[in-house]
Design a protein around this ligand. Structure first.
Ligand code: AMP
Length: 217
């Protein structure tokens, strides 16, 4: 799932993961869990993340190789936040093998919408569920509807970090669009509307795959 920060990659990936019964693999979520520790590695990763910079490839490569090797990823997976640059895209091909079919969805959204979505986002400290103070507020003040955890604002959802993430996206991640456009299954999705409508457009392109999966299960 490609797209700038705030395009809804996480939300749509979670929905796809439920519909296809395959794991949702988000490098951002894995990293956020890692940085809750106090080791030198945690501190190093945190220093990149809070500024909105990309975490070095070497760290990302070992995280992703470990995760894709797990048994639950054998029948497929939804990748969210990886690859983030061309080096990572090449590494992904090496891990999964060149012949494997990737379906690429590129979520397109304006900067105005990105800033509105990111600055209002709140995340549950316990389960990682996402909310928005305006568009999807929790039922109880600052508490997660699902697990009761406290909601917080990610450091990288603050204005200076958002600006940096958008810059990094333009420089590092946007070239991926040209790369994947040439490689077969690439679909552009208008990510301006609400969650439901975006998911409906994604599903349209996966109708046959959903049918196959339903038969298999
Ligand atoms: P996300 O949750 O995908 O918005 O990611 C949050 C932050 O984690 C990013 O701003 C980066 O600092 C880091 N990150 C996540 N995925 C990657 C990746 N594939 N490569 C490098 N850094 C990443």
């Amino acid at each position: 799932m490609l797209g700038p920060p705030g395009s809804g990659k996480g939300t749509q990936s979670a929905r796809l993961s439920r519909a296809f019964r395959i794991p949702h693999i988000s490098t951002g979520d894995i990293l956020r869990k890692l940085v809750s520790g106090k080791s030198p590695l945690s501190k190093k990763i945190k220093s990149f993340m809070e500024k909105g910079k990309l975490v070095p490839d070497k760290i990302i490569f070992s995280i992703i190789a470990l995760r894709l090797n797990k048994k639950d990823a054998r029948k497929g997976f939804v990748l969210d936040g990886f690859p983030r640059n061309l080096r990572q895209a090449n590494r992904l091909e090496k891990i999964i093998g060149k012949g494997k079919a990737l379906k690429i969805f590129n979520l397109k959204v304006s900067n105005r919408t990105i800033i509105k979505r990111l600055s209002g986002r709140r995340v549950c400290r316990l389960c990682g569920a996402n909310y928005h103070i305006q568009f999807q507020p929790p039922k109880f003040d600052n508490r997660c509807d699902k697990c009761g955890g406290i909601l917080y604002q990610r450091d990288d959802d603050k204005p200076a970090a958002i600006r940096n993430r958008l810059k990094v996206y333009r420089m590092e991640s946007a070239p991926l669009i040209r790369y994947y456009r040439k490689r077969g299954s690439f679909v552009e999705i208008d990510a301006e509307p609400d969650e439901e409508k975006i998911f409906a457009s994604i599903k349209k392109y996966l109708k046959n795959d959903l049918y196959k999966i339903k038969r298999r299960n």
